[in-house]
Design a protein around this ligand. Structure first.
Ligand code: MG
Length: 341
């Protein structure tokens, strides 16, 4: 019997409105996916849609309906199932929906094997890097409050890409001496990015993420050639096939399940990026601990993690991997190791 599929929309609220260069919100609709086998065992996944990548909770539900008939009877048929999903829908606008199914299949397969997914993959969870914690765009006063609340986290990621970036950096630096990473979410021009670089270095920034719009790889290459800071691309790099192109322009990539659409594709991205000698980072959307735990299983393989999505929410319905004090801790239970709070 094929696996049965149930999908439920969950509303996540963030503690503060989460604002980046493209705008923001404090209310996020994600989709909790459950696959059940004929023995009643369940595999769970979460779709974290982003309008920027053409998805909403409603399109996710519609995509899941179209993929329902392609669910395998055997959850270990991961490669076949994922390529069938890709073939049925537009891969560019279904990443979050396909990722939820991929994660649920992996959860179920690992539960059947009686092993945590990270152990099934042969990984050492002690190798997970510490996660950064993101400070979204806000007034100086609120930013100072957020930095105080982020006290347990050793690395901060600062959202930039505005016309008051220097003020933001000054506010942050005056409030903390923690290592900083910045993400402009494509919000700078070439001139602005090149002018910002020395300032970023002055403020002790470790690397800069997506300085320019995703298609401007030539501009991103120019920012990198300036040689001031390593450049990581996020919006410019969706799947492994993008990597040979972006490798000429950037030092690293930021992988997200909602973009690449599957855990197996995320593993291919890590392998491909390593072949080009690139730095690898794993990131997230605003997600519950279910989505974060899936991404966290990749972290023993990467250099940097930004898995604060659940920590930014006020009503996380799940318990799984934790990032207490920035240290990512993968669970001991079979599968993803996620349960309801
Ligand atoms: Mg980013």
């Amino acid at each position: 019997m094929p696996l049965s599929l149930a999908a439920e929309v969950i509303r996540l609220r963030t503690r503060h409105p989460f604002v980046i260069a493209r705008g923001g919100s404090s209310d996020y609709r994600v989709v909790w996916v459950r696959l059940t086998d004929d023995e009643g065992r369940e595999g769970w996944g979460e779709a974290d849609p982003s309008a920027y990548y053409g998805e909403t909770a409603d399109t996710v539900l519609a995509t899941l309906e179209r993929l329902r008939t392609l669910l395998p009877a055997d959850p270990f048929q991961l490669e076949t199932a994922e390529s069938a999903f890709r073939g049925r829908v537009d891969p560019a606008r279904t990443g979050a929906a396909r990722a939820a199914l991929s994660v649920a299949l992996h959860d179920l397969a690992a539960k059947r094997a009686g092993l945590p997914l990270w152990r099934l993959w042969g990984l050492d969870r002690a190798r997970a890097p510490r996660s950064s914690f993101t400070i979204g765009l806000d007034s100086p006063e609120v930013m100072r409050r957020k930095i105080a609340e982020a006290e347990p986290y050793p690395i901060l990621k600062i959202k930039l890409g505005t016309d008051r970036d220097e003020e933001i950096l000054r506010t942050v630096r005056d409030a903390t001496d923690k290592p900083l990473r910045v993400d402009a979410n494509g919000g700078w021009t070439r001139e602005r990015a090149l002018a910002m670089l020395p300032r970023l270095r002055e403020f002790g920034v470790e690397f800069v993420e997506q300085p320019l719009p995703p298609a401007d790889l030539e501009g991103i290459a120019a920012v990198r050639r300036a040689g001031v800071l390593p450049v990581v691309v996020d919006e410019s790099c969706i799947v492994a096939a993008d990597i040979p192109r972006v490798a000429a322009a950037a030092d690293g990539i930021n992988i997200k399940l909602a973009k690449c659409g599957s855990l197996r594709e995320a593993l291919r991205m890590i392998a491909t990026a390593r072949a080009f000698g690139m730095l690898v980072m794993v990131g997230c959307m605003i997600e519950s601990s279910l989505g974060i735990t899936a991404a966290a299983h990749l972290t023993p393989l990467v250099d940097a993690a930004d898995l604060d999505g659940a920590a930014l929410t006020a009503n996380d319905p799940f318990v799984g991997a934790t990032i207490d004090g920035g240290q990512i801790c993968l669970p001991d239970e079979p599968g993803l190791g996620v349960r309801r709070r």
